[in-house]
Design a protein around this ligand. Structure first.
Ligand code: GDP
Ligand code: ADP
Length: 221
């Protein structure tokens, strides 16, 4: 249960708040292993697994995947990461998920990205991803070197089906109803650290400073 000496963190925030972007920086700087529930689900959809087929119908509608499906998937994956420091991105998103996670692992810190909804809506329509790695780009904020092409592999980028404006609105509603209570859950456990702002480059130094008090950096900025 409590893994002594290991650092286990969760990054939360509404869709488009910068979880993927900030996770990439954290992983580079602090060498945590990153597990993104959205990336894992998209791999399953791409591979046409049973879970992928179930998940796709919910994701395309802007709804959360059922708790039992995602919880089983994530806990199984975390079992392969027992000796690592890790950063969980996109899970838990409901209170039952948070309770199930607590029963299996002790969480040291929850990083909450508090970004206004209007800022988010504008960002998501400009988001492009490399489906193989989960690398994320934005035509305005961090464009790829060559339009439509991943910087590292040279493979094509795609736009996510669920980044259409009407689906984004549904995802933000699901966040309000189901995910916001998770913040309260972690606040009561005194592990919640909230970072507010509208720009990742302004939020990042604060996240970096916070994590520096918990972990040694392995890279310079
Ligand atoms: N304009 C702008 N775009 C950003 C900023 N930070 C991240 N993005 C982009 O916004 C989109 C959502 O960010 P992402 O990290 O995928 O958020 P997530 O959905 O919380 O994982 C991506 O296209 C990012 O490249 C920012 O400060 N300004
Ligand atoms: N913990 C989870 N519980 C339920 N559904 C999830 C979870 N994580 C991801 N999903 C599903 O996958 C979709 C995409 O997730 P993700 O890539 O994390 O989105 P974003 O980064 O934009 O917040 C979500 O809208 C939801 O349908």
């Amino acid at each position: 249960m409590a893994a002594r000496g290991l650092f286990r963190a969760v990054i939360m925030g509404p869709p488009g708040s910068g979880k993927g972007t900030i996770s990439e920086r954290i992983v580079k700087m602090f060498a945590l292993q990153h597990l993104s529930s959205g990336d894992l689900l998209r791999h399953n959809i791409h591979g046409k697994t049973e879970i992928g087929l179930v998940a796709k119908s919910y994701i395309d509608q802007g709804q959360l995947v059922p708790d039992d499906v995602i919880t089983k998937l994530i806990l199984k994956e975390l079992n392969t990461m027992r000796s690592n420091n890790w950063l969980l991105d996109g899970f838990p998103r409901t209170v039952p998920q948070a309770i199930a996670l607590d029963e299996a692992h002790q969480i040291n810190s929850v990083i909450d990205l508090n970004v206004p909804f209007q800022t988010i809506k504008d960002r998501l329509t400009a988001r492009w991803i490399h489906p193989g790695s989960g690398r994320v780009y934005n035509t305005e904020f961090n464009p790829p070197k060559v339009s439509g092409i991943d910087d590292i592999t040279g493979e094509p980028l795609i736009q996510r089906e669920d980044d259409k404006p009407e689906t984004v609105t549904k995802r933000l509603k699901a966040y309000e109803a189901l995910t916001r209570p998770v913040l309260e859950y972690y606040r009561n456990k005194s592990v919640l650290e909230t970072f507010s702002g509208t720009e990742t480059n302004k939020i990042w130094p604060h996240v970096h400073a916070f994590l520096s008090t918990k972990l040694p950096a392995v890279n310079k900025e």
